[in-house]
Design a protein around this ligand. Structure first.
Ligand SMILES: [Zn+2]
Length: 288
């Protein structure tokens, strides 16, 4: 096996550490270390968000935490159902934390778990893939996690990137851990609702944060300015898909033209834009 890339984190704000994921899909070599994941250190305890894309990714994150602090890992926040964010959760069972998720997460995991695990095991091997840990704390609308001198405000969002997106705001530093509600540089993937995502982004724009940690892309961007590219892309997807439907264009034709002006602006554009157009088309065709 190729030698693993060094696992490094960056302290994006006081006590908030983030590992930048690579802008790739899962491969044997990257071991699904493709999402931005990290941890937040309070006076008394540590919270993880997210636990990583595979068992091995989670174990490396846990080792990075232990190089930084010996405080107990009390919470593992799972931002949404996608495996690149949460399949590392088993690496933290040894700490007996609360595994925290959106109220919609258990259902979403139940529907997707087998499919995701199979695909991940094929890529990284059965013993390194990890898997699903059932959430032990569910968030219906909002919740707070107290790490000692540091309270994290959690928000369970309406359907957006997925139907189970959870964001975290660290009030001490004004840092929004947005997970996949925010993509920067890497083209977003739409697995929830286009209109819903734009709505949640607008609401997050007024969050009292000055920086945000995206689920993919740089470890930190200014907020809300850092959402501009994503809003432009999603806005273009909405406008041009509606136009295609209004013209009576079929799905295949729409996939060929919608949002092509965005092509040079995003990594992995050709891998995801067609899927996004398909999702948008299915959502919007009923509005006619
Ligand atoms: Zn995602």
């Amino acid at each position: 096996m190729a030698e693993a890339r060094a696992f490094t984190t960056e302290e994006v704000a006081s006590g908030i550490y983030v590992r930048r994921g690579v802008d790739e899909d899962v491969t044997t070599r990257n071991e699904d270390g493709i999402a931005n994941i990290g941890f937040i250190v309070g006076r008394d305890a540590v919270a993880v968000m997210d636990p990583g894309g595979s068992l091995i990714d989670g174990q490396r994150l846990r080792a990075a935490i232990r190089r930084t602090t010996q405080l107990p890992i009390k919470y593992v926040v799972m931002s949404h159902v996608h495996p690149d964010h949460v399949f590392g959760a088993p690496a933290f069972q040894i700490d007996n934390p609360q595994f925290v998720g959106h109220a919609g997460l258990p259902r979403a995991l139940a529907l997707r778990e087998d499919f995701y695990r199979k695909r991940l095991e094929e890529a990284v091997g059965k013993d390194r893939a990890g898997g699903v840990v059932a959430p032990t704390m569910l968030v219906q609308t909002s919740a707070e996690l107290d790490l000692g001198g540091r309270v994290l405000a959690l928000t369970a969002h309406g359907i957006a990137h997925t139907d189970c997106d959870l964001s975290v705001l660290d009030r001490n530093t004004g840092t929004l851990l947005a997970a996949d509600l925010l993509f920067v540089e890497r083209v977003p993937s739409l697995d929830g609702s286009l209109r819903g995502w734009l709505k949640e982004l607008e609401a997050l724009g007024s969050a009292s944060a000055r920086r945000a940690v995206p689920g993919h892309g740089p470890t930190s961007v200014d907020w809300p300015a850092g959402a501009k590219d994503l809003e432009r892309y999603l806005g273009t997807l909405l406008r041009e898909t509606k136009e295609a439907i209004a013209k009576g264009m079929d799905l295949e034709a729409a996939v060929g033209i919608v949002a092509q002006s965005e092509r040079s602006r995003w990594a992995l554009f050709d891998d995801y834009n067609g899927h996004n157009v398909t999702q948008a088309y299915k959502e919007l065709e009923w509005e006619q």
